[in-house]
Design a protein around this ligand. Structure first.
Ligand SMILES: [Zn+2]
Length: 226
């Protein structure tokens, strides 16, 4: 890697997470038309040689979601979505559903939708796409799906009811369980129409984020420490 080169990490529809070498990208911003920024949807082409980092050859701006930078809270949440996508889908290969969830989340943030609801929706969609979707059907011990407040057992991604003691977990109300269920079983077009009202949203955000970090195996940086 030369002094004027830069390394870019992108989340792509066709290959998932890709790290690319941008030759002379540091020397001249014009080299790639100045479009290698976060929150841009790009059409990119690269070349690869075995055992070498692939080289970015061409890049075209398709859509900009630059409105995100007008608001610090949107920036934090957009960065969190990018960080989550890269970490939940580290394997190469086509990622059309994860890409769609990320794209929809970034676009919603740019349009000014409340970041908390956008992130909860995207988290639920990405977890189920990645195969990490928790089992929210009922208590893992007795099977009941009728309880005022369940406990969500983060390491297992399952629920326990108050009548089955002995397992500790994060409290999750029936309303929050039902909302999470709806979020993870809905198609992207329906997802945006699911209403996420406080206080269920804040309850859900807390638990989903713990679970995302458990699935990834470490805390994510973008939203800071809890
Ligand atoms: Zn039970």
């Amino acid at each position: 890697m030369g002094e004027t080169d830069r390394r870019f990490t992108l989340f792509s529809e066709s290959e998932g997470t890709v790290s690319l070498l941008g030759r002379s990208a540091r020397k001249s911003r014009k080299r790639f038309g100045g479009v290698l920024q976060r929150y841009f949807l790009l059409d990119i082409g690269w070349s690869s040689i075995t055992d070498r980092m692939p080289v970015l050859e061409q890049v075209m701006l398709v859509a900009s979601f630059w409105e995100i930078i007008e608001d610090w809270d949107r920036v934090r949440h957009a960065d969190y979505l990018l960080e989550m996508a890269v970490n939940l889908f580290p394997q190469p290969g086509p990622k059309p559903r994860a890409f769609e969830a990320l794209y929809s989340g970034i676009r919603s943030l740019a349009l000014g939708e409340p970041p908390g609801a956008v992130v909860a929706r995207t988290e639920a969609a990405m977890l189920s796409t990645a195969g990490w979707g928790p089992n929210l059907g009922g208590c893992k011990v007795c099977g009941t799906n009728q309880a005022g407040t369940f406990r969500f057992i983060v390491p297992e991604g399952v629920l326990a009811c108050p009548g089955c003691p002995g397992i500790s977990g994060a409290p999750l109300s029936l309303g929050a369980v039902k909302t999470w269920r709806a979020l993870q079983s809905s198609s992207p077009s329906v997802l945006g129409r699911i209403r996420l009202a406080e206080p269920i949203l804040s309850e859900l955000r807390e638990v989903i984020r713990k679970y995302v970090e458990h699935c990834i195996g470490r805390p994510l940086r973008s939203l800071g420490s809890r």
